[in-house]
Design a protein around this ligand. Structure first.
Ligand code: ZN
Ligand code: ZN
Ligand code: ZN
Length: 216
């Protein structure tokens, strides 16, 4: 997060001068949710019809995929979306990918990646994970993508709706710490699990550990 950048409660930002690029930079949340649902269903169908994996192992790999996603979510948010911006190019890149979300957290059109990009990445992951996992990929990747869809849905709800009056309220509090208190902690959106593992659960514990100057 850029130093001194105040989150705006209203409004939006034009990211590109080119109107087509600008339009592509905005996504309705339902689009990726539908895409990942269809994509995962297709993979599960393939898992059932074209592999000899047992139901038990398939369910296990689905859960492993889901948990793997929460780890990737944490790492990407911490090290890519909040990468150090010591050059102009990096600063622009960081702003386009994530800084804009911190400046306009309530802009609902910028809460998901462009669909074409998410389909491309999913397909790259399919080939990449297939090399490592073989047929296990057809139950692992659905778990991974469902994890991603859950993350998108939770992130959207946290920004678009008031917190509920039940246990799930902690997700709203957790992510508002990241946005409104300290952008260098509470990186996990779908759960605080990996913040506990890496000691970034509270911004304070993270800073004491690093002893880095406060750059936010
Ligand atoms: Zn930051
Ligand atoms: Zn957010
Ligand atoms: Zn962030």
């Amino acid at each position: 997060m850029k130093n001194g950048m105040k989150p705006q409660n209203k409004g939006s930002k034009q990211l590109f001068k080119n109107p087509i690029l600008e339009k592509l930079s905005r996504t309705h949340i339902a689009v990726p949710l539908i895409i990942f649902f269809v994509y995962s269903s297709g993979l599960i169908y393939w898992n059932v019809t074209h592999t000899s994996l047992s139901v038990g192992l398939s369910i296990l790999m689905f859960i492993v995929g889901l948990l793997s996603f929460t780890w990737v979510e944490y790492l990407v948010h911490r090290y890519l979306f909040h990468m150090k911006t010591y050059t102009e190019v990096r600063e622009k890149l960081q702003y386009t990918m994530h800084g804009v979300h911190h400046e306009f957290p309530k802009d609902k059109s910028r809460l998901a990646m462009p669909p074409l990009l998410s389909i491309t990445i999913s397909t790259l992951l399919l080939f990449l994970f297939r090399l490592v996992l073989g047929d296990l990929v057809f139950s692992f990747l659905p778990g991974f993508l469902v994890g991603y869809a859950l993350y998108l849905a939770i992130h959207y709800m946290v920004h678009a709706y008031q917190p509920p009056k039940n246990i799930l309220k902690f997700l709203w509090i957790n992510h508002s710490i990241h946005h409104y208190k300290d952008g260098d902690g509470a990186y996990g959106v779908s759960s605080p699990l990996w913040d506990y593992v890496y000691g970034t659960r509270t911004p304070l514990s993270h800073k004491e550990k690093d002893r880095t100057p406060v750059s936010s």
